[in-house]
Design a binder for this molecule. Sequence first.
Ligand SMILES: Cc1cc2nc3c(=O)[nH]c(=O)nc-3n(C[C@H](O)[C@H](O)[C@H](O)COP(=O)(O)OP(=O)(O)OC[C@H]3O[C@@H](n4cnc5c(N)ncnc54)[C@H](O)[C@@H]3O)c2cc1C
Length: 393
Amino acid sequence: MFGQIKCFDVVIIGAGLAGLQCAKLLSQRGAKILLVDRKIDLTKGIHTTGIFVRKTLEDFDFPAGTLGKPVRNVTLYSPKLKPINLESEKDEFRVGKMGKLYGNLLRECIASGVEFANETRYISTEINESENIVKLKKSGKDWEVKAKVLVGADGAQSHVAEDLNLDENKEWIVGYEEVYQNAFSIDEPRLHCFLDAKLAPGYLAWITNDGEEIHIGVGGYAEKFNPREALKEFKVKTADKIVDLSRMKLTETRGGKIPVGGVLRKIANENGLLIGDAAGAVSPLTAGGLDPCLRLSKFASEIIWKRLETKNPKVLLDYSGEFFRARFVSRLWMRRLIALISNQTLLEFGFSFMRGRIGKKFARHVFFGRGSFPDVEIQIAKVEKSFNNSILS
Ligand SMILES: Cc1cc2nc3c(=O)[nH]c(=O)nc-3n(C[C@H](O)[C@H](O)[C@H](O)COP(=O)(O)OP(=O)(O)OC[C@H]3O[C@@H](n4cnc5c(N)ncnc54)[C@H](O)[C@@H]3O)c2cc1C
């Protein structure tokens, strides 16, 4: 592997949900793919809670055993712990067993011909006659491969975005959580969300209990709190009143940055493109990024396939974040508003509005509204049409 320079149609940096989905779709069509990740084992070091929303569960297939039990109930709490209970007739959320899910997706990729380089770090890329010379490092040794298309699926702080001169994420929140095996709690599955300007400035603290696992976490603007200290305080002050952790086994801690500035504008050039967190494809309001990973990777795989079929690098320019930004305008404004609320009293006051009829309707819309990343099928059809027109003219 370290000798002669190998050529791939596509090199994908990052085997999170976005990279795995893109590799799977392209390899199933016959593209020659190298999937690279710095991790030794994808089932370890997971950083997401893994909550999938109803629309994702309806639109995508999940392998057996990769999802927890359905959750239909949400309780939203004010800083003074006044609750609003929301109940849905439908299964609204399921917490993914992310290690198993990544492992399954990787096996599917390998079965359809993807080469996987684990424990391999992306270093840089150089453009040579419209091909990328991608520099990687494995076990201290440098290694180069050629790629017609380079895909940045390397997460919120994408090194590929920087090297390809594409847009980069600039606004973040951070999330930090503990995961417990739920051997004792017999409570019905429920998502508890807490508004608290001190413990979760600009976002939420949460307890998800799907009857199998319990995730207890805090999220907010990094410059306004210390996530580890906030989680400690949250557990003592609040979480212990809701779940009895004393007999439960702590199995993991998870955490990371979440981009909340909306989909980036320039996410492609003739040499490559970005997907998932690297493209800023996260809801600025809910900070959900798993649904966007699946949908944007589908769009990316269509465009890349067209690029490979036509041998025309310009085709990649049809992959633009502008298509999706309009959908996020109101959510971006709400994020700006939330970021401004740093006062507990103001938050408590805002919460009293949520307890009214209109407020509750709004809360139901946020939690149960079938919101997702825009449907990429429409964009795929548009690109297909403009491509066919350009051939005819
Ligand atoms: C604490 C937390 C909780 C969250 N909870 C939810 C939730 O419940 N529901 C939801 O919808 N969203 C949630 N999100 C957001 C969601 O997890 C992300 O949007 C999503 O996982 C992004 O996937 P990705 O594939 O783009 O990136 P990642 O999952 O970050 O994958 C990037 C991969 O690239 C690899 N990589 C990075 N740099 C290099 C390099 N130089 N060389 C080689 N490999 C590299 C990394 O090892 C990693 O495997 C949460 C985020 C956090 C931080």
